[in-house]
Design a protein around this ligand. Structure first.
Ligand code: KIV
Ligand code: ZN
Length: 514
């Protein structure tokens, strides 16, 4: 058994399944590049059969992102596997197909309507087909946590015989406790006769808040691949958080003594990038990447920290990539300095992109004296959304005061045509939202509105997150600006742009086509 733990990141697949977290292809590529810089071993880039967009994202990541293995997910079905193989092909020797079928009684009977024998037969056929198309095949027994252990041993032995070299044991519904799950992994490794031919992997969901604890129990019992996501994103309550697993291995190396390929100083920048792109905020008390994770508030703690940092700090903020807000650039900085700073942040801009980003930088530098790294990242996020925008904010004017009814006048460009509307509201943000919503449909039900200051100071950019629901679909949008009314409008527009059927409303309050 190797002493290397392989980090399999599924932010772009399971993470993207979090409500409202869907990403466009360019956003997925940015995340994939950041994951490669972070040093993950495998990127699960998507589920190619799910849609042409998913296929293209996996294909482009397999073509353009070098270093990690690139996995495509496929059900144990011929069409899925053929499509996944085509999508991951450009990764060459680094291509992996991850095929799965459910193995618990409830899933086999109620969902698949297949007998256990049929499930084994299907799994073996899928692994053989995948193995004929790509160099490496991973097999997952969906809902393994609730599967009969004897049946699990049987199917695992058969798929290894068929060519699977990674066996993933998911706790799909987050039902296991650590002792049970660890025992399950040990039982499989000890009882499956050919278990030495595969790496055992786990994929834990967080429904009972045990995803990381269960993953650790599995590692202690022989698992050497962990599937996880940045910020713990994923279906329902999410997956095991990559940053937590990695920092447990590093901080408690006395206990685990396992090597990892991760550059931990890239954890916080990657976490912020994923949060910005998905519009999913990070709770302040989230371990490792939350804004308060290294903040010491009580007098006793502060006193201890001043005397010796190790009194209350088990790892340094710098080791995970936290840096004091650093003034990096200002209004007189040139394009070369901007480009160099982005390279330090792990973002390589080509000349065309640099021109667009530099224009945005200058606009911000006119409004705000000190430009911090966080500001640079928000400029980049704003810029990468531009091409996908069907609705653009042209102008916004809002007025409010102690004795005036708040009012906002907004001009939008919707699919190339200019529209204007004004509205009153309970506050200037409410007025701006009413004006914007009067111009488009569908315009979604507001589920969340949250404001956060990106950096310190009263001239800080406000970062706004908006979550909208339209029928079954939930979308998130983020916007940043030194004016929080404008940031709010940008966030609402970013969310609206993610609603597939959104278009200009035929008649709205005040229309002026240009
Ligand atoms: O949770 C799960 O079982 C999955 C599988 C597809 C690995 O996401
Ligand atoms: Zn999952």
């Amino acid at each position: 058994m190797s002493d290397r733990l392989y980090i399999f990141d599924t932010t772009l697949r399971d993470g993207e399944q979090s409500p409202g977290c869907s990403m466009n292809i360019d956003e997925k590529l940015r995340v994939a590049h950041a994951l490669a810089t972070l040093g993950v071993d495998i990127i699960e880039a998507g589920f190619p059969i799910a849609s042409p967009g998913d296929f293209e994202a996996v294909h482009r990541i397999a073509s353009e992102v070098h270093g990690p293995k690139i996995a495509g997910l496929a059900r144990a079905a011929q069409g899925d596997i053929a499509r996944a193989a085509e999508a991951v092909k450009p990764a060459g020797d680094n291509a992996r197909i991850h095929t799965f079928i459910a193995t618990s009684p409830i899933h086999m009977e109620a969902k698949l309507r297949m007998s256990p024998d049929q499930v084994v037969e299907r799994a073996v056929a899928a692994v053989k087909q995948a193995r004929s198309l790509v160099p490496e095949v991973e097999f997952s027994a969906e809902d393994a946590g609730r599967s009969e252990i004897d049946f699990l041993c049987r199917i695992v032995e058969q798929v290894i015989k068929a060519g699977a070299r990674v066996i993933n044991i998911p706790d799909t519904v987050g039902y296991m406790t650590p002792d049970e799950f660890g025992y399950r992994i040990r039982t499989l490794i000890e009882n499956v006769p050919n278990s030495d031919q595969a790496i055992f992997s786990v994929h834990c969901h967080n429904d009972l808040g045990l995803a990381v604890a269960n993953s650790l129990a599995a590692i202690e019992n022989g698992a050497r691949q962990v599937e996880c996501t940045i910020n713990g994103l994923g279906e329902r309550a999410g997956n095991a958080a990559l940053e937590e697993i990695v920092m447990i291995m590093k901080t408690r190396s006395d206990r685990y003594n396992i090597d990892l390929g991760i550059d931990t100083t890239k954890i916080v920048p990657t976490s912020k990038l994923v949060s910005q792109i998905t519009g999913m905020p990070i709770q302040p008390n989230k371990a490792i990447v939350g804004a308060n994770a290294f903040a010491h508030e009580s007098g006793i703690h502060q006193d201890g920290m001043l005397k010796h940092k190790k009194t209350y700090e088990i790892m340094t903020p710098e080791s995970v990539g936290w840096r004091a807000n650093r003034m990096v650039l200002g209004k007189h900085s040139g394009r070369a300095a901007l480009k160099a700073r982005y390279i330090e942040l792990g973002e390589v801009l080509d000349d065309e992109r640099l021109v667009a980003v530099f224009d945005r930088f200058k606009v911000l530098a006119d409004k705000k004296k000190d430009i911090f790294d966080e500001d640079l990242m928000s400029i980049l996020s704003d810029d990468s959304n531009v091409e996908a925008e069907r609705v653009k904010l042209i102008s916004l004017h809002a007025a409010s005061g102690t004795n005036d009814a708040p009012v906002a006048a907004v001009e939008l460009e919707i699919e190339g045509v200019r529209h204007k509307a004004t509205a009153e509201g309970d506050g200037p943000v409410d007025a701006a939202f009413k004006a914007i919503k009067s111009m488009v449909e569908p315009n979604g039900k507001l589920l969340l509105y949250a404001v956060n200051a990106i950096t310190v100071g009263t001239d800080a950019q406000g970062e706004v997150t908006v979550r909208l629901q339209d029928g079954e679909r939930i979308v998130n949008g983020q916007g940043a600006d030194t004016d929080i009314i404008v940031a709010s409008a940008k966030a609402l527009i970013a969310a609206l742009n993610k609603l597939p059927n959104m278009h200009a409303r035929e008649v709205h309050a005040q229309y002026s086509g240009v």
